[in-house]
Design a protein around this ligand. Sequence first.
Ligand code: ATP
Length: 216
Amino acid sequence: MKPHEPADAPLLQARGLAFSRNEEPVFGPLDFELRPGEALLVLGGNGAGKTTLLRVLAGLLDASGGEVRLQGRPVDRDHLARGSAYLGHLPGHKGELGTLENLQFAQALNGGEPADLVQALAEVGLAGYEDTPARRLSAGQNKRLGLARLRLQSAPLWLLDEPYANLDLDGIALVNRLIQAQVARGGAVLLTTHGAYAAPPVPVRTLALGPSRRPA
Ligand SMILES: Nc1ncnc2c1ncn2[C@@H]1O[C@H](COP(=O)(O)OP(=O)(O)OP(=O)(O)O)[C@@H](O)[C@H]1O
């Protein structure tokens, strides 16, 4: 082990991570880690706490207990929000803005590398929808716009909540290609499923939430 090489450290480490609401445990305590080039599939039935876990890891909710480290360093919510790219159930697009304007807005917020945003839309199957307001998109098209936004972010850690939901077969293949590329470039992906969708075609470890609340 070469301690000066950050790639040797897990990208994400959770120790004793727990979340309670009104003193009722929602998940945890959980111990898991995710290394560069890995995918972790969070499994659990409806209400098991998958979305809550991702929102904690994305810095959107405060954990009730435990610690999260990014690249070996303990982090607070701000660091988590900056160090990860989150694709949630609610895509958070600006409904009145066209799909292209939404990407321009996201690009300005993220401060990412210049990118061909028309091409980014085409790559997620939204060619011809550049001027369509996001509120007029179908659920699957909304998810595709979220995937285009995800691709523009350079965060090494992707947090994907039910990424296959609402997508047709071509969309599912698109998600799988994006996950494969993220893992191949040394990023890491944590994704949830309640079991109705296939896992991505990369080696995945699993973390089961539910009554046992233990990593698999
Ligand atoms: N805003 C909220 N206020 C109160 N309780 C909530 C809230 N959001 C979620 N919960 C509760 O927290 C628990 C975990 O919810 P969560 O959404 O994390 O589950 P999930 O595993 O993602 O479920 P699903 O597969 O149905 O999306 C559930 O019991 C849910 O009722």
